[in-house]
Design a protein around this ligand. Structure first.
Ligand code: SF4
Length: 293
């Protein structure tokens, strides 16, 4: 564990990242103890330490962020893009909580993406926070300690989604990365569990590590195989089919369900979607279109 003074916290998306639909990212930590083998974050942060072994706190991040927000144009903030904003250390450091307070005060829309039910600690802050949503990542309907050694169990993530949804905080699922060899039964079980827990949208993205050599090496060392011909599209279509049966909208572009997402650039990645766009304040069966087609 290292402490680093936070130089800058609000990172404006570069052209490449804009295809994911967020204008800014905020990473209160560097590194991630969850240690997912496929994680690309160490390639992005150029962190040469063994992945999952280190977590640096950005000391003073909430205060720096608060200053930066005073002059930044409004835009969707992703919390976080290169770490999990709720590592166990967050219980003590409360950097993510401080950043959320700054974002709420400055009235910036926020999408939290985590694998940890620790986000529930901040439920009082999230309730009535305009433009906030909480996403949980899943690669399977079952725990994957082989690939995600310190990620909280699937059941705990589903319970957190249920509690957030019942408390009026919009939730989504990031089924990413979709892994080679995932079975149709696994996808069906996952979709039913997500829908039952109350997610309002799902994002799906197949594993792609061509730009992330360190993650590719980790996956190879664990014996993971690449996608077979057509397999990635087959899995995406299978997920969309299962989601369509329950009415869960699935999108191939992150945040495509949000009216305040940055639109894709002309010539960039198309904003695929299989469900109708809908307002996160309501689930499709509550009166807005959204049944997957
Ligand atoms: S939780 Fe996210 S940031 Fe952390 S190791 Fe896993 S994929 Fe990477």
């Amino acid at each position: 564990m290292e402490d680093r003074p936070a130089g800058s916290v609000l990172t404006r998306s570069r052209r490449g990242a804009l295809r994911y639909g967020f204008a800014y990212s905020v990473n209160p930590y560097r590194g991630c103890p969850h240690a997912c083998a496929y994680c690309y974050a160490d390639s992005v942060t150029r962190d040469g330490r063994p992945w999952g072994s280190a977590l640096d706190r950005k000391v003073g991040a909430p205060q720096v962020l608060s200053r930066e927000l005073q002059t930044a144009p409004k835009g969707l903030v992703m919390l976080s893009s290169a770490t999990d904003p709720y590592p166990p250390e967050e219980v003590r450091s409360r950097l993510t909580e401080g950043c959320l307070r700054a974002l709420r005060e400055a009235r910036f829309p926020v999408s939290i993406l985590t694998r940890s039910p620790l986000v529930l600690r901040d439920l009082p802050l999230l309730q009535g926070f305009p433009g906030v949503e909480v996403g949980f990542s899943f690669t399977s309907s079952r725990d994957r300690p082989d690939l995600e050694p310190r990620v909280p169990p699937v059941a705990s993530r589903l319970r957190a989604i249920r509690q957030l949804s019942r408390s009026g905080v919009p939730t989504f699922a990031s089924v990413a990365p979709l892994l080679p060899g995932t079975s149709g039964e696994d996808l069906r079980t996952l979709v039913e569990a997500l829908w039952g827990a109350g997610v309002r949208a799902a994002f799906a993205d197949p594993l792609s590590l061509s730009s992330y050599p360190a993650a590719a090496r980790r996956m190879r060392a664990l014996g993971a195989r690449p996608f077979g011909p057509g397999e990635a599209e087959h899995l995406l279509s299978g997920l969309e089919l299962e989601a369509g049966k329950v009415g869960l909208p699935v999108y191939r572009r992150l945040f495509a369900w949000r009216p305040d997402a940055v639109p894709p650039r002309r010539g960039g990645s198309p904003a695929f979607r299989t469900g109708a766009r809908f307002d996160l304040l309501s689930r499709p069966e509550e009166g807005l279109p959204g049944r997957a087609q």
